[in-house]
Design a protein around this ligand. Structure first.
Ligand code: GLP
Length: 242
């Protein structure tokens, strides 16, 4: 079941998403949050930090698992997702150092790292998974393909994704070509999913993902099979929907 909510401005969308997460932590302090990177969740993390600062919520018992990480970037690299999460959220809240998790893109044995991450996900069932949407319909780094993987795996990033993410690097050549990502099976196991999409450039893929056929060519279309998805759209991203 997809509940689609349209927002006239980002501020309200961010507040709504943050409040949904805060409510969950207030009701279940040891909840497991599935977190995303990219530009989409930045305002949501800012609102969560505000709520923490005003003592509305504590993350002392909360565990988080991130969707994905580039292969080959050290955690200190400004574009690694580990760095992003520290900067945008973890260093501002009271989450314990051993309670947040990302795939390790520097692991020598990527297969073993994927297995480790799958075990971690098994032990920490996700209460709420925050998701952004790639222009080509990817979720996490599950790129459009004939076949999708259920579990954590290494992926070769598509040209469109490399291009989209090049804006964060000093040159396109610097964008890592590979990433580790949670699989669609793990994403779909989350109790509740919050899919957040902004911007006119995503209106087309929003329409395909939410109302088109369920196909591995649009990995986000698999979300149509999930019982509890909340879709938060700004006006531009939602303009092709009725
Ligand atoms: C990135 C990330 C995704 C993210 C998506 C959209 O490549 N791996 O997790 O949701 O692409 O990014 P943005 O929010 O910057 O548009």
């Amino acid at each position: 079941m997809m509940q689609i909510i349209h927002f006239n401005d980002w501020e309200l969308l961010d507040a709504y998403a943050a409040q949904t997460i805060i409510n969950k932590i207030q009701e279940k302090p040891n909840a497991v949050l599935g977190l995303a990177t990219g530009s989409t969740p930045l305002g949501i993390y800012a609102k969560i930090i505000e709520a923490y600062r005003s003592k509305e919520v504590s993350f002392a018992q909360t565990t988080t698992v991130n969707l994905d990480e580039y292969v080959g970037l050290p955690a200190e690299h400004e574009q690694s997702y580990a760095y992003y999460m520290k900067q945008q959220l973890f260093s501002h809240i009271d989450i314990a150092d051993d309670h947040y998790h990302l795939p390790n893109g520097l692991a020598e044995n990527l297969k073993a790292e994927c297995d480790r991450y799958d075990q971690l996900l098994e032990q920490n069932p996700i209460d709420i998974q925050l998701l952004g949407l790639g222009h080509n319909g990817h979720i996490g780094f599950n790129e459009p393909d004939a076949l999708l993987s259920a579990g954590t795996h290494a992926v070769q990033l598509k040209a469109a994704t490399l291009e989209a993410n090049a804006r964060f690097f000093s040159s396109a050549a610097e964008v890592p070509k590979m990433a580790l990502t949670m699989g669609v099976g793990s994403i779909l196991k989350a109790h509740t999913i919050i899919l957040v999409v902004r911007g006119a450039d995503k209106a087309e893929i929003v329409e395909q993902a939410l109302t088109g056929p369920i196909t591995t060519d649009v990995p986000a279309s698999l979300l149509q099979t999930h019982p509890r998805v909340i879709v938060l759209l700004d006006r531009e991203a939602g303009r092709k929907l009725k």
